[in-house]
Design a protein around this ligand. Structure first.
Ligand code: 5GP
Length: 233
């Protein structure tokens, strides 16, 4: 496969065209807008690959094809649905001031929210009627997205629990393949999740992992250690 021109550059990764019109290459960067952390790109690439493979095994289709190198992965070209899907298990972040729940309140059932991906509007929260009005997706597509989002939560929550980590909330993005199939796209890494220590409630930013299963110095490495038996570097 030949890597062609740069199509897109975001805070966390670059996306390149290839000689195959259906395939792209995602290249993870060490930086995320601010300071670079050496090795971060490789770890995030591996975490996203491992989690996508786990979700595929559990029946959630994703854009993942194969890992190409330490920081590059081949993905299927998808036409992105311009929505950020946020799933919440515990009140935190923007939810607390919006509906007046104290941070840390465990929700009776997972809450799903839609945000319209629009830089000029600042990614406003919208509801399904707004999404249909703007023709961001069809009702059928949104039904599939909802189902996958809850399913992903049901898979990730117990997996992370096994690491002593509470999955507070996370963000997903979906795309359409050329045949219209909805797949999970973008990335799932500790950069797109809010994670707290399950016992102490300590907020685990991505550079900290106190519980240290096998010498992991951050949450990403702990996830990798668990998924690969330590053979990830
Ligand atoms: P909140 O709405 O509380 O700020 O965010 C909810 C969850 O979605 C958090 O886990 C946050 O990390 C994730 N999230 C929402 N928008 C984005 C985004 O644009 N980029 C990333 N990486 N995560 C996001």
């Amino acid at each position: 496969m030949e890597k062609k021109q740069l199509l897109y550059e975001g805070r966390a990764k670059q996306v390149y065209a290839t000689n195959d019109p259906e395939l792209l290459i995602a290249a993870y960067k060490d930086s995320r807008g601010t300071a670079a952390v050496p090795g971060r790109g490789a770890v995030n690439n591996r975490v996203s690959v491992c989690l996508m493979q786990m979700l595929e095994r559990e029946g959630v289709p994703t854009h993942f094809v194969e890992q190409l190198s330490d920081r590059e992965t081949v993905i299927r070209r998808a036409h992105m649905v311009p929505l950020k899907i946020v799933v919440r298990n515990v009140a935190a972040g923007s939810l607390c001031p919006r509906i007046g729940l104290p941070e840390g309140t465990r929700l009776h059932a997972a809450i799903l929210e839609y945000y319209y991906r629009s830089a000029s509007l600042g990614d406003p929260m919208i509801n399904r009627y707004h999404a249909f009005e703007l023709e961001l997706c069809t009702p059928e597509e949104l039904a599939v997205i909802d189902r996958y989002a809850f399913r992903i939560n049901d898979i990730l929550k117990p997996f992370l629990r096994g690491l002593g980590v509470d999955l507070i909330d996370f963000k997903l993005e979906f795309g359409r393949l050329s045949d219209g199939t909805i797949v999970l796209a973008d990335e799932i890494t500790p950069d797109t999740c809010r994670l707290w220590d399950a016992e102490t409630g300590e907020k685990l930013d991505r550079d900290r992992f106190r519980r240290d299963p096998g010498g992991a110095k951050d949450v990403s490495e702990a996830i990798l250690h668990r998924m690969t038996g330590g053979n990830f570097m």
